[in-house]
Ligand binder design. Structure first.
Ligand SMILES: [Cu+2]
Length: 261
């Protein structure tokens, strides 16, 4: 009985700590608003990973603290040695197999989310993104505008429609990141990289360059405006009539012409 009391106390404390940890993981708002379907998937995955890791963290810390408490050296035992142990096959199989199964499960779930986030939908619009020290510009091809191409320093997107971004860089490596969409991709000179998102919440959200690209890196910001389809169409029309002179057809020609968006 004397040995059992500390063990029961420890187990109760561990269960309590796990419960508090899981509750806290729900109470704390870790992320900015979710403004794309990908954001919901990504946050759900993150939450599952956090909830799966809390009991493991508690288990490891509990075993350490329990051993320090119960098996620490007492006065007079300075020269004593511990009992010789040659291992425990069953225990070793369990502590190898259990984490392996858990990890494989989390990897499989992550893969499914990634695959879902990048899946090509039946309908999508293409928008060109050009990064250069230290600004973003956006190109809307005729397939999107229904007429002349449009270039802008503001990103407008219709709500509820999948967008495939084609990313180009004019100088060094940048990273195109919209935190509210939860997706980021490197923008590399010489190649075109891609990024797909479906904005599902009206509003204006920051666009960030997330790779140190030079002295003005911290200023390399822009905004994405998620608007209803009709407003998007109207904005494209107004841009077509005002930016004729600054755009010369191609997707990545844009010199720093009309600055306002
Ligand atoms: Cu940068």
């Amino acid at each position: 009985m004397g040995r059992q009391r500390p063990l029961i106390l420890t187990i109760v404390a561990a269960v309590l700590a796990t419960a508090i940890g899981i509750v806290l993981s729900f109470v704390i708002h870790w992320f900015p608003v979710q403004a794309s379907t990908q954001a919901h998937n990504t946050d759900r995955l993150y939450h599952v990973l956090v909830i799966a890791t809390i009991p493991i963290f508690v288990l490891v810390v509990t075993v350490i603290l329990y051993c320090c408490w119960q098996f620490r050296m007492k006065p007079g035992e300075e020269l004593k040695d511990g009992p010789p142990i040659h291992g425990n096959t069953r225990l070793e199989v369990i502590w190898t197999a259990a984490p392996a199964i858990l990890l494989l499960g989390m990897v499989a779930y992550s893969f499914v989310v990634l695959h879902d986030n990048e899946k090509r939908p039946a309908h999508e619009i293409n928008v060109g993104v050009t990064g250069q020290q230290f600004e973003w510009s956006f190109q809307y091809p005729p397939s999107v505008t229904g007429g002349k191409p449009v270039e802008s320093f503001q990103l407008y997107l219709p709500e509820g429609e999948s967008v495939k971004f084609d990313l180009h860089s004019k100088d060094v490596i940048h990273a195109f990141w919209i935190p509210a969409f939860r997706i980021q991709e490197d923008v590399v000179p010489g190649i075109t990289t891609h990024w797909r998102a479906t904005p599902d919440r009206l509003g204006t959200y920051p666009i960030v360059c997330n790779l140190l690209c030079g002295l003005g890196h911290s200023l390399m910001r822009a905004q994405v405006h998620v608007v209803p389809r009709a407003q998007f169409q109207a904005w494209l029309k107004s841009r077509q009539s005002t930016s004729t002179a600054s755009v010369s057809g191609g997707a990545s020609t844009g010199t720093t012409g009309a600055a306002a968006g």
